[in-house]
Design a protein around this ligand. Structure first.
Ligand code: FO1
Length: 314
């Protein structure tokens, strides 16, 4: 069976570890189509947080607490940059992590597409699933915020890391999405897919930027089953609640399910897996099932994946 997973960063990475475990049992192939909207160029380096979270997590090198960056990281370069007053100082670049960005930036500057760069980086980390950026084009999430001087757009990372999403977001703009096209390999993976799983990632800033890439929505022909990132009215991690508020969506399994919508009415979903605390949620046109959605470890995550594949068969 060929499984494609639409995924963001930290939650997506944990979920993919479970997908990989289930796929290994059944000899299935897994392709992760990962969000690039968080990508940013800082200190002259191209940084791809979601791709790196997935690559490091599945490669066994991620810092388990942070969910991003490397285990056993040191911050000497960051301190030296700060000593020079080199802005921005608010983004934590670890010494080991910088090597990844140096290799990526050099390859991008040499003309390699991000998909080829990702493949090269994964040769070292062996994530056990095929990792593809949603697009090889530049698509960045910018956040329109309200400040004293009125509305202005800032890069997602500045909103997320510098301001901890405290500035009220008026809306999210996926800069470059209109002109973007799927990365090499994405359309092939989607047409070969027996099922597409939407990871429990942030629906507004991780999943939406993937779907905004030209041609991806139309290529979702296999059954699509989403896993709710919201349990009992609260996001499992991160600040999805702040993002959902910005798009006037209730922070609940029902709210996100309705935001995604039913494929039969032009939306995304055929199936929607919610936590047991949200059992009873109904989404018109969508098969809804409930299961314990806490990804405590790889084994429990694999159970969630099996439940999602069950919904796809339903
Ligand atoms: N998140 C933070 O909260 N603070 C940081 O300083 C930070 C640095 C960082 C560096 C590289 C990287 O790949 C991710 C980093 N993140 C940091 C996480 C990142 O902002 C988020 O994980 C994603 O963009 C949201 O999914």
């Amino acid at each position: 069976m060929q499984i494609v997973v639409l995924a963001g960063g930290i939650g997506g990475a944990k979920f993919l570890a479970g997908v990989r475990a289930v796929a290994r049992e059944s000899g299935s192939g897994v392709t992760a189509v990962v969000n690039v909207g968080d990508d940013v160029t800082l200190h002259g380096l191209r940084i791809c947080p979601d791709l790196d979270s997935v690559m490091y997590t599945l490669g066994g090198a991620a810092d388990p607490e942070r969910g991003w960056g490397r285990q056993g990281e040191t911050w000497t370069v960051k301190e030296e940059l700060a000593a020079y007053g080199a802005e921005p100082a608010w983004f934590g670049l670890g010494d080991r992590d910088i090597a990844t960005h140096l290799v990526r930036t050099r390859m991008l500057d040499a003309g390699y597409p991000l998909s080829a760069v990702t493949e090269a980086l994964c040769a070292r980390w062996q994530p056990g699933v095929r990792l593809l950026p949603a697009t090889d084009d530049r698509v960045e999430t910018h956040v329109v915020v309200e400040t004293e001087e009125g509305q202005r757009a800032i890069h997602f990372q500045e909103w997320w890391v510098r301001h901890r999403a405290a500035l009220p977001a008026k809306r999210f703009v996926f800069v470059g999405a209109e002109a973007s096209k799927p990365a090499a390999g994405v359309l092939e993976a989607l047409s070969a897919a027996d099922v597409v799983l939407v990871a429990p990632s942030n629906p507004v800033v991780s999943v939406a930027p993937i779907l905004a890439v030209g041609g991806i929505r139309e290529a979702l022909t296999a059954p699509v089953v989403g896993i709710s990132p919201i349990i009992g009215g609260a996001p499992v991690r991160g600040m999805a609640d702040k993002c959902l508020a910005a798009v006037q969506t209730e922070c609940s399994a029902a709210g996100v399910g309705n935001l995604y919508g039913a494929r039969s009415t032009g939306g995304l979903l055929d199936g929607w897996l919610v936590d047991t605390t949200d059992a009873g949620v109904t989404i018109p046109g969508v098969t809804v099932r409930s299961h314990d959605l806490w990804m405590r470890d790889e084994r429990s995550t694999a159970e969630i994946v099996r439940a999602a594949l069950e919904v796809a068969r339903a």
